[in-house]
Write a protein that binds this ligand. Structure first.
Ligand code: GTP
Ligand code: MG
Length: 197
C-alpha cells in the first residue's frame, strides 16, 4: 500500500486573470457526469474574497489548491502562503497588457520569498484567456474580437515577466491556457506534478 501523494499548490495572479475559473473547470472536467460537457453550463465566478481552499483527487494525486484573491489589498497573503506549498500556479491575463508590469513585480516578489527561493519551488505560468488572444490557441482568422489586437503572445509574456533572467535552477514553465475552455490547464498541472517530484 502506497499513500496517495498530496500536492499543495499556491494559485496566484492579478485579480480577473481567471484563477477561479480555471480551477472550477479543471475540477468539473474530472467529474464522471461531466464527460459530456454539453450538459454543463459555463461556470460563473465572483472575485475571490481573500482566499479559498479547493481539494480534489486526480488519479492517484490529491491536490490541495489555495486559490488566492488577486486584488491588491489581499496580495500580501501570497507571501505567507508561499511558505506552505510545493508548487505555484501563476495566472496572467493575456488581454491585460496594461497590468503586465504589475504582474511581473508580484511574481518577482514571490520569487524572493525564502521558501520559494531556497526550495526552488516550481512555477507554472499560465498565459491565460488564450481563447481571446492572438497567441498559440487563438483563431487567427477571426478579427471580430477587439481584445485580440491588444493581447500578448506567449513570447511577450515570457519577456514582460522576465522569465529568462530568473534563476536557472528555478523550474519555470510558461504555457498558453484557457480556463474557460480548459485548454492547457490539465497539462500545466501535470507539468507541475512532475516538477515537484
Ligand atoms: P480574483 O479572484 O478577483 O483574483 O479573480 P480570478 O483570477 O479568480 O478571476 P475569475 O476566475 O473570477 O475570472 C474573472 C473573469 O474572467 C470572469 O468574468 C471569467 O469568466 C473571465 N475568464 C476567466 N478565464 C477566462 C478565459 O480563459 N477566457 C475568457 N475569455 N475569459 C475568462
Ligand atoms: Mg478568484
Amino acid at each position: 500500500f502506497k499513500p496517495k501523494p498530496t500536492r499543495t499548490i499556491l494559485l496566484v495572479g492579478l485579480n480577473n486573470s481567471g484563477k477561479t475559473t480555471l480551477l472550477c473547470n479543471l475540477v468539473i472536467s474530472m467529474l464522471d457526469y461531466a464527460r459530456d460537457m454539453e450538459n454543463i453550463d459555463q461556470v460563473s465566478t465572483c472575485p475571490t474574497p481573500g482566499l479559498s481552499l479547493v481539494e480534489f483527487q486526480q488519479g492517484r494525486i490529491k491536490w490541495r489548491v489555495w486559490d488566492m484573491s488577486g486584488q491588491g489589498r489581499f496580495r500580501n497573503l501570497w507571501a505567507y502562503y508561499s511558505g506552505h506549498v510545493q508548487g505555484i500556479v501563476f495566472c496572467v491575463d493575456v488581454t491585460d497588457g496594461d497590468r503586465i508590469a504589475t504582474a511581473r513585480d508580484e511574481l518577482q516578489s514571490l520569487l524572493d520569498q525564502p521558501r520559494v527561493k531556497d526550495m526552488k519551488i516550481p512555477i507554472i505560468i499560465f498565459a491565460n484567456k488564450a481563447d481571446l488572444g492572438n497567441g498559440d490557441l487563438g483563431d487567427a482568422d477571426n478579427d471580430n474580437n477587439t481584445s485580440k489586437s491588444k493581447s500578448l503572445s506567449l513570447e511577450n509574456v515570457r519577456m514582460a515577466l522576465g522569465v529568462d533572467s530568473m534563476n536557472q535552477n528555478q523550474k519555470v514553465k510558461v504555457m498558453s491556457s484557457s480556463g474557460l475552455t480548459g485548454t492547457g490547464v490539465s497539462e500545466g498541472f501535470q507539468w507541475l506534478n512532475e516538477a515537484i517530484r
